[in-house]
Write a protein that binds this ligand. Sequence first.
Ligand code: BES
Ligand code: ZN
Ligand code: ZN
Length: 499
Amino acid sequence: MEFQGISGKFTEANAEALAVVVFKGEKAGSGLLKDLDALVGGSIAAVFKSEDFKGDKGQTALLRFSPKGKVKARSLMLLGVGEKADYTLPEVAAASGCATRYLRTRNHKNFAFLPRHEGNSTAIAQASAQGFVTSQFELDKYRTKDKKDKIVSKLVVCIDGAKPADLNKGLERGKAVGDSMNLTRDLANEPPNILTPTEMANRAAKMAKETGLKCEILDEAKMIKLGMGSLMSVSIGSEQPAKLIVLRYTPAKSTAKKGEMLALVGKGITFDTGGISLKPGEGMDAMKYDMSGGATVIGTMRAIALLKPTVPVLGVIAAVENMPDGKASRPSDVVTAMTGKTIEILNTDAEGRLILADAVAYAEKQGATRIVDMATLTGAVIVALGDQNTGIMGNDQGLVDEIIEFGKENGEGFWQLPLSKEYSKQIKSDIADIKNIGPRGKAGTIMGAVFIQEFVDKAKWAHLDIAGTAWSDSAKPHQSKGPTGVAIRTLLTLVEKSQ
Ligand code: BES
Ligand code: ZN
Ligand code: ZN
């Protein structure tokens, strides 16, 4: 994919189409739209008059430039974005993506985009490029025909008066973020016979090699030696060996306070059958995305490697398959986690917390002082929040508040659920220290979080339950259906704001 930034006249851009953002309530007869209207023989005024197009969010119109005119482009796309006051940077990304997908179906290979946002040029260029890249991700990787091939290969972003260096920096950053989101989405979309824990580790190692991250893969022997009995209790029923993937980003020159380190920890269940507490067959196929938390860590670490913030970041991904088998864990088994805590497994389908218990403890042992874990942990979070908000919980209100705030900046909703000693009491076991489920039908998402909390010692910690937000059941104008890459942009802001 190719990117170009221009700060001169939009109408002189060398592209097949010009895509211009239009706000609700704008008049065709004044300002920029008036000038453009003259070039399309009054068609803008005509579509406004017919009320076919009013600048509502998601509305589009494709008009033709006269072949004899002086504009190089053949078409003018109007992109409604709604009220100007609501037109934030993530909306710029969505508008760019919407234009890309629309023009792709109309056989355009490139277009010039006029975002018309009044903020920082680098940030606008970044959002435009990221939206362009993520909008072209498709689910049909394994089709041999009727593929929606990526065909819009070049984006020209026009920002009046922007410095070329700012524009180029933004485009480069947007490409890095967009490609990293697509890596996460590709991993989440992979079938579980292909993306085994070993393959997930191989993909992470390949990414690390390409981007200069350090990568260490812990095998089962190493995990057993470390005492990771909780993680291993999930893996034991699978033919596929578990892998603990450890990615390290170390800045050339750190501005972090001495001893401070952020860790991102992800649930990487490459397939969740439920184990002996077997899930019903219907809908079980969806459980290939149960490694989305781990995939999010891999994508975020890739972007970090490319954006080069000045703080160290550790990525830990527990890649495990949850299968029923003669060797599989039984409900009522008791296991000992790396921290020494004993766990009574009462439901083998509550496996995400079992692998995260050892993964967060490992992150803290490696020196993490702040931990953000992410996981498709509970069906209950889908009941509570649907697909619009990620559930967030934690032991440090400052960290939780930061993630919620940075989420807003990135158009990603995070909604906090409470934790308390009273909730923690509900996972006390009769025969061991704790059990892996709470009372039936009560606060399922919180029960998952209080369980993980038991394995965090001094670190500030936040837990993101992305079960409802990591996968979209329907296509959007700017995004295909399927894996969303949720939380990556927010986490990148968290990292960059800690510099
Ligand atoms: N991976 C699932 C959570 C999930 C369920 C994600 C549905 C997306 C859609 C998790 O491992 C699980 O099975 N959780 C159980 C926990 C229960 C046994 C306490 C759940 O949510 O039902
Ligand atoms: Zn499960
Ligand atoms: Zn699961």
